[in-house]
Ligand binder design. Structure first.
Ligand SMILES: [Zn+2]
Ligand SMILES: [Zn+2]
Length: 172
C-alpha cells in the first residue's frame, strides 16, 4: 500500500513548461486518508484540474468524502458527508512577489494534503447529526430513542407559568 501521506504529492512542474491554456486532471479515489491530527476522511473521491495560466498553475479541486463525527443528539457515531470545491493559484517563482501566497516549488512537486485538509476541515459542521430525523436521547432516562422507546413523560412547561403552577400545587 502506498504511503497515504504521499498520495497527494503531485508532480505538476511539467505544466509550467506547457502553453497557456494547457490542462491536466488528476483523479483520486482514496478509501481512508489521515490529514493531520484532526481530520480523517473515508471514501475520498475527487479531482484536481491543473491548468497553465499566465501567472502560473491554477488548481481547481472538487472533492467529496465522509468523516466520522459524534451525533450531537444521540451521541453515536455519525458519518458526516463533506464536499469542497476550491481553487488555488501556484504562482511561477519568477512571477511571485511579496503578496503571493503559493509559489510553485522549484522541483515542481506540490503536496496537496495540507491544502485539502484546510478546506475540508471548514466543511465539518459544529453540530453533526447521524441522520436528519435522529430522535436523540430521552432527557429523562437517557435511552436512545432511535432504538428504544420509553414511557417517560417529558413535561414542557412554559417558564412564565412555572410560578403559577407551584402556587396551584401549594394549595392542594
Ligand atoms: Zn443521532
Ligand atoms: Zn425516557
Amino acid at each position: 500500500m502506498a504511503n497515504p501521506t504521499k498520495i497527494l504529492v503531485l508532480e505538476v512542474g511539467f505544466i509550467a513548461h506547457e502553453d497557456i491554456g494547457y490542462s491536466r486532471t488528476f483523479d483520486f479515489e482514496i478509501e481512508h486518508l489521515v490529514l493531520g491530527d484532526d481530520l480523517e476522511l473515508d471514501n475520498l473521491s475527487g479531482e484536481i484540474d491543473f491548468s497553465r495560466t499566465s501567472e502560473g498553475v491554477l488548481a481547481q479541486a472538487d472533492f467529496s468524502a465522509f468523516t466520522e463525527t459524534i451525533c450531537g443528539r444521540c451521541l453515536e457515531k455519525a458519518h458526516q458527508p463533506l464536499e469542497s470545491k476550491f481553487s488555488e493559484l501556484f504562482t511561477l517563482p519568477n512571477r511571485a512577489d511579496k503578496n503571493t501566497e503559493l509559489i510553485l516549488p522549484a522541483n515542481g512537486r506540490i503536496d496537496f494534503a495540507p491544502i485539502l485538509r484546510d478546506y475540508m476541515v471548514l466543511e465539518v459542521p459544529i453540530n453533526s447529526v447521524c441522520r436528519e430525523d435522529c430522535q436523540g436521547l430521552c432527557p429523562e432516562c437517557g435511552v436512545n430513542r432511535n432504538h428504544e422507546s420509553c414511557d417517560c413523560v417529558i413535561e414542557t412547561i412554559d417558564p412564565r407559568f412555572s410560578d403559577l403552577k407551584s402556587l396551584l400545587e401549594d394549595k392542594k
